[in-house]
Ligand binder design. Structure first.
Ligand SMILES: Cc1cc2nc3c(=O)[nH]c(=O)nc-3n(C[C@H](O)[C@H](O)[C@H](O)COP(=O)(O)OP(=O)(O)OC[C@H]3O[C@@H](n4cnc5c(N)ncnc54)[C@H](O)[C@@H]3O)c2cc1C
Length: 468
C-alpha cells in the first residue's frame, strides 16, 4: 500500500517534510554504518505539531523514530527493517523557555543543544553539568532518551540525575505535561524517570526541566602518565581522597590513542615522558584548585603511581588537553572502525583493570593482528574498549572471528556484573546481545511497560527491547 505523506506537510509545512537528498544526512547514523528505511523526516516546531504528527502516524499505521542531534552511537535514531516509518526530528524545537537562577532550573524544548544549555547557564552564573565530545550537536531530548553520561558524571551523576520534569507526547498523541521543578515529590511512581533511557520507545520527549549547579570558575586539568594500568584505581582513590568534591572528571587515555589524535589533527604530544596509559583529571571549584591539583600529583608520584604529569596553565592549554580526549573515539580516527568492535561497558570500578586486561587477552587470542585499546570515563567504571582491524587484508579475517569475540567479551562483562551499555543506550546495535544481561523477570517487566504505553509498537520498534 502506498502511503500519501502530503498530510504531514499540512501539519508542519511542506518545507519541513524532507525526503531524498534533503533527508540524506538525517537518514544516516552517526557512525555512518546504518541507513534509514523511512518515508520522510518530519520537523515539527511545537508540542502540538508533534502530537498531530503522531495522530497522523496512528491513522496511517506508520512507525516513528524520534531523532535529536543524530549523534547516538547505538543505531537507535533511525528506523530500518520495521515497516513504514518516519523520522521525527526535534531539531526545530530549539528554544530555552526559562532559566531560573534562583530556583536553579532551566526549562527547555527537546531540540536545544547541550552546548547551548551550558552557555546559557554560565551567562546566569549557573552550571549545566553534563558534557561530552558531541556537545555541539547532541540535544537534550536525545540525552534524556539515552540517559547520557559524559565527562562530569563522576561529580554530578548522569542525565537521570539532572532531570526534574518532562513533557512527553504519548504513542496515541496525548500530551503529558510533567514539567515540575520539585526537589522532593513522593506522591507515587516517578514517571519522568520511565522516559530517561527509554530511547524513543515509550514516548516523544518535547520539553524538560533540568537542574542547575553552582559554577566552578576555577577549573584546571592535568594529564598524568600512569606507572602501570594496575595503579589506575589507586590513583582514582587518591584523587577522590585528596580533591574531594572538586574532582570533576577522571578519564583514561591510552598512548596509542593520543598519538593517533596528534597525528590526525596535527597536534603536539603534551608529554615528554611517555607511558602506555595516562589519566586526564579535572578539578573545579569556586576557589583556586592549583594547589589541590599539584598536591595530588605529588602524592601520586611519591606513591610511585605516576611517572610524570603536565598541568594546564592557561585556558588554551586546558582546551588542548581536552581535545585529546574529545577526539579519541575511533570513528574519526580509523578507516576500518566500522568493522571493529567498539564497546560502552561498565563494570564495578574495582574490576576495571581486570576487565581491560581480560579483553586484551581475548582479542590477542582470536585477533592478534587487531589494535586493542580502552579509554573513557573510568571514574564511573565506564570503559570504551575497542578492537579494530587496521588494514584491508585483516578485514575478512576479523569478520569471521567477530561473533566469537563479541560473545566472549559479553560473557566476561556479564560474569563481572557489568553492562554492555553504560551511557550510549542499546538501540538496534546491542538489542540482541543485551539479552543475557537481565533476568527473564526484568525483561518481562520492561515488555509490560512497553506494551502498556505503546500497545501498537509504534515508537521506535526494534530498538532496546529484544524479541521474547
Ligand atoms: C564524538 C562523540 C562523543 C560522544 N561521547 C559521549 C559521551 O561521552 N557520553 C555519552 O553518553 N554519549 C556520548 N556520545 C553519544 C551521543 O552524543 C549521546 O548518546 C547523545 O545523548 C545523543 O543525543 P542526540 O540528540 O544526538 O540523540 P539521537 O542520536 O538523535 O538519538 C538517540 C536516541 O534517543 C532517541 N531520541 C532522540 N530524541 C528524542 C526525543 N526527543 N524523545 C524521545 N526519544 C528521543 C532516539 O530515538 C534514539 O534512540 C558521543 C557521540 C559522539 C558522536
Amino acid at each position: 500500500m502506498t502511503i500519501d505523506i502530503a498530510g504531514l506537510g499540512q501539519i508542519v509545512g511542506d518545507s519541513n517534510v524532507l525526503t531524498g537528498k534533503d533527508a540524506e544526512a538525517l537518514f544516516t547514523d552517526a557512525r555512518k554504518v546504518h541507513f534509514a528505511e523511512a518515508l520522510a523526516v518530519v520537523r515539527p516546531a511545537s508540542t502540538d505539531e508533534v502530537a498531530a504528527v503522531v495522530r497522523w502516524c496512528v491513522t496511517n499505521d506508520v512507525a516513528i523514530s524520534s531523532q535529536g542531534g543524530n549523534t547516538g552511537l547505538s543505531g537507535g535514531a533511525i528506523p530500518w527493517g520495521s515497516g513504514p516509518a518516519v523520522i521525527m526530528s526535534l531539531q526545530r524545537m530549539n528554544q530555552i523557555e526559562k532559566l531560573d537562577p534562583d530556583g536553579w532550573t532551566m526549562t527547555v524544548q527537546a531540540g536545544v543543544l547541550i552546548q547551548t544549555m551550558q552557555e546559557a547557564a554560565v551567562a546566569e552564573h549557573r552550571l549545566f553539568a553534563p558534557d561530552w565530545g558531541a556537545r555541539g550537536s547532541a540535544t537534550i531530548g536525545g540525552a534524556i532518551a539515552t540517559d547520557a553520561g559524559g565527562n562530569n558524571v563522576v561529580r554530578y551523576g548522569n542525565m537521570r540525575d539532572q532531570i526534574m520534569g518532562v513533557e512527553v507526547v504519548m504513542a496515541d498523541g496525548e500530551i503529558w505535561n510533567g514539567l515540575r521543578s520539585l526537589r522532593k515529590d513522593s506522591s507515587g511512581y516517578d514517571l519522568k524517570q520511565l522516559f530517561v533511557g527509554s530511547e524513543g520507545t515509550l514516548g516523544i520527549i518535547t520539553r524538560a526541566v533540568v537542574k542547575l549547579h553552582q559554577t566552578t570558575p576555577h577549573e584546571q586539568s592535568a594529564l598524568a602518565a600512569l606507572s602501570s594500568l594496575d595503579d589506575l584505581m589507586d590513583v582514582f582513590a587518591l584523587a577522590k581522597d585528596s580533591a574531594g568534591d572538586a574532582l570533576t572528571a577522571f578519564e583514561l587515555l591510552p598512548e596509542v590513542g593520543i598519538q593517533k589524535v596528534c597525528d590526525t589533527y596535527d597536534l603536539v604530544h603534551p608529554m615528554e615522558t611517555r607511558a602506555d596509559f595516562y589519566v586526564l583529571i579535572k578539578l573545579g571549584s569556586n576557589r583556586p584548585v592549583t594547589d589541590l591539583l599539584t598536591d595530588f600529583l605529588a602524592l601520586a608520584a611519591d606513591a610511585g603511581q605516576i611517572t610524570d604529569a603536565v598541568v594546564a596553565a592557561t585556558p588554551e592549554q586546558e582546551i588542548k588537553l581536552w581535545t585529546l580526549r574529545d577526539e579519541l573515539p575511533p570513528t574519526g580516527l580509523y578507516t576500518h572502525h566500522a568493522t571493529g568492535i567498539k564497546m560502552d561497558t561498565a563494570v564495578p570500578i574495582a574490576r576495571m583493570g581486570e576487565f581491560h586486561n581480560s579483553v586484551r587477552e581475548i582479542a590477542a587470542e582470536l585477533a592478534p593482528y587487531a589494535l586493542t585499546y580502552g579509554f573513557g570515563h573510568v571514574g564511573d567504571g565506564n570503559l570504551h574498549m575497542n578492537v579494530l582491524p587496521m588494514g584491508e587484508a585483516d578485514i575478512a579475517k576479523f569478520k569471521s572471528v567477530k561473533p566469537e569475540l563479541m560473545r566472549r567479551i559479553d560473557e566476561l562483562t556479564f560474569s563481572m556484573g557489568g553492562t554492555l551499555s553504560a551511557e550510549h543506550g542499546v538501540g538496534r546495535d546491542l538489542r540482541d546481545r543485551v539479552v543475557g544481561q537481565k533476568s527473564s523477570v526484568e525483561w518481562k517487566l520492561m515488555r509490560t511497560i512497553k506494551a502498556a504505553l505503546d500497545p501498537d509498537n509504534r515508537l521506535n520498534p526494534g530498538v532496546l527491547i529484544p524479541d521474547p
